[in-house]
Design a protein around this ligand. Sequence first.
Ligand SMILES: [Zn+2]
Length: 352
Amino acid sequence: MENNGEEKRMTGQKICLKCVMPESKPEIFLDQAGVCNLCLEHAARAAAPAEKALETDFTKVLAQHRGKHEYDCLVMCSGGKDSTASLYYMKTRYKTRPLAFTFNHGFETEDALANVKKSVEKLGVDFMLFRSDFMHEMFAKILKTGSKAVICHLCSIWYMDLTFKMAERFDIPIIIAGWTKGQSLRQPAMTKCACDSSASEFLRMGQATREFITGHVHTDPKYKDFPSSMEEVLARAQKRHKCLVLSPHWFLPYDAQEYTGTIERELGWKYPARSYPAKSTNCDLNFISAHNSMKFYGYTHYHVEMSKLVREGALSRAEALELLKQDFSKELLDGIAAPLGCKADGSPLTGK
Ligand SMILES: [Zn+2]
């Protein structure tokens, strides 16, 4: 258990009594009753009835495209429960012809990749793994410059751009993601974590990421064509090849507990031994990214995401708090950063 000043400051934070957001001004603040502004905004919005996504909406879209291409859909598979369940349902429930697609920037865990391998073999679906060190120098630069840019935001831009290019290459009309209801609300800019950079809780994070792209990414010849935002990824993709991005979880009648049981039973899916938040299949860099977000912002995008799940009743507050706990050792963080040629705090590998 790391017990430096930072850790104490974190544990000393006040946490919303309804969800799991730590108070961190100016974005996140609690009222006198100890309830955060995100919960209050949610309560205000909930007064207006939300449009319900029906499974027939989804099957209609699938019917429009089915059988017209070599593959009906490209399924993004991280090896996590949500994306594995997506692949499972696209094959078994919706009877489509999917191409499973996994990207690995070098930090995906063996456990996650093993889940993908088992699933594609059991389901008998075609599978493509894309492994690249392309992002390494960018990740290293974030650490070495002490940038407050969020690693996951930059990574999302890279892999969504890549996913659209793969859909284009194989002329696939639909991209299937494993996003759950808490992670995305079918907003135009979709990322794994659904970080809507215009939302108040992501303002500072979004700004730091944009500044990093302008100051450190586009100035490097290797990255001069790197999209400057998720919006740009989408705009470029739409010009090259029209395709939809959907998640069956927006339409399916199952909750996470149910479909996790199904893929454990049917595909031999397993929770990875080590991940942040616990029980996720996020890559190892998440430990560093989440550690830095706590240091720089007082919360992570996972706090925002899980808060949504707690508000929607999909996760208990106690369970979310347990999953979000950070007690990373310096050895763990430095070990993860080592392939980038520096320690997790950006200092050189040798010496102090
Ligand atoms: Zn709250």
